[in-house]
Ligand binder design. Structure first.
Ligand SMILES: [Mn+2]
Length: 292
């Protein structure tokens, strides 16, 4: 899906990941890859949106509702959902599905949000009206009622179990929303000063405290543009290839990752699919691929 962004092309992300060998990578690590499920996304060419504050809300809502059901069913069947986007607005569906599954067992989940941006805008604060800049606020229950209500309940994760990591480009009003929200935010400065190993350990404590596990929402733009050129909202000064691997290796070691999604890969802006190939290796690390 690419309804959430202003630059077209993230809807081709899943194809690029398939071509780069995602399934093969997971099988090589020892996982059985079940049948892929394609979530239907309406075509954009024939649609227009009048909602300037939340562009393509109706379309995004319908995709997220279907995605939530698919993700929840996948967990119910004992599988591990790996969701490939798409722009980051799909996370409202993915997290609704994961949180809904554990909610049925009276459990809650943690959430790692790997990103250059906060994704914490709400329709009234967003300068662009692009919903891919708003999913995390709605997952926490702030903002538009319909988007916050995907999956039938509001507040998918407790703010104290959310770790936002890699941020370096925030909007003015978004800053206040983040500060007031109670989530844990790890900026690039924090990673520079303390090192990814220390930050990763702290993040895992945050997301694992009194939870059934955590979901990894991985926006490729959290990585430095030199690592991931194939994305629409590049911000220099990002997480290095090795730092990203290290965080994901720690996630794998913790044995607590319930699910993962990878978003904002835009093959139309990539260089010969190199971002997708690197993204496949990163997913490999998250699922326990070790160097030695
Ligand atoms: Mn994002």
């Amino acid at each position: 899906m690419d309804f959430g962004a202003s630059r077209r092309g993230t809807d081709v992300g899943p194809s690029a990941m398939r071509v780069a060998g995602l399934g093969q990578e997971l099988r090589r690590i020892g996982y059985k890859v079940l049948r892929e499920v394609d979530i239907h996304v309406p075509a954009m060419e024939t649609r227009d949106t009048k909602a300037r504050k939340a562009r393509f809300k109706a379309e995004i809502l319908s995709v997220c509702v279907n995605l939530a059901v698919t993700v929840e069913n996948s967990l119910k069947n004992g599988a591990i959902p790996v969701v490939i986007g798409g722009d980051h607005s799909i996370a409202m569906g993915t997290v609704a599905g994961v949180a809904g599954h554990y909610r049925n067992q009276d459990k809650s989940i943690g959430l790692i949000w790997f990103d250059a941006h906060g994704d914490m805008n709400i329709p009234s604060s967003s300068p662009s009206g692009n919903i891919h800049g708003m999913p995390l606020s709605h997952i926490l229950g702030i903002g538009d009622e319909d988007l916050a209500g995907i999956g039938g309940f509001v507040g998918k994760v407790r703010p104290e179990n959310v770790a936002l990591v890699g941020i370096r480009d925030l909007d003015n009003r978004e800053r206040k929303i983040i500060r007031d929200s109670g989530i844990h935010a790890y900026t690039m400065r924090e990673i520079d000063e303390r090192g990814m190993a220390v930050v990763a350990e702290e993040i895992l404590k945050v997301v694992n405290k009194d939870t059934a596990g955590f979901h990894m929402s991985f926006d490729v733009d959290g990585c430095d543009p030199s690592v991931m050129p194939g994305s629409g909202t590049l911000v220099p000064g990002g997480i290095s290839y090795r730092e990203a691997h290290l965080l994901l290796e720690y996630c794998a070691d913790s044995n607590r990752m319930t699910s993962m999604e990878l978003v904002e890969l835009n093959p139309l802006l990539d260089q010969a699919n190199i971002s997708a190939e690197r993204a496949v290796r990163l997913v490999g690390s998250a699922f326990g691929k070790a160097i030695l």
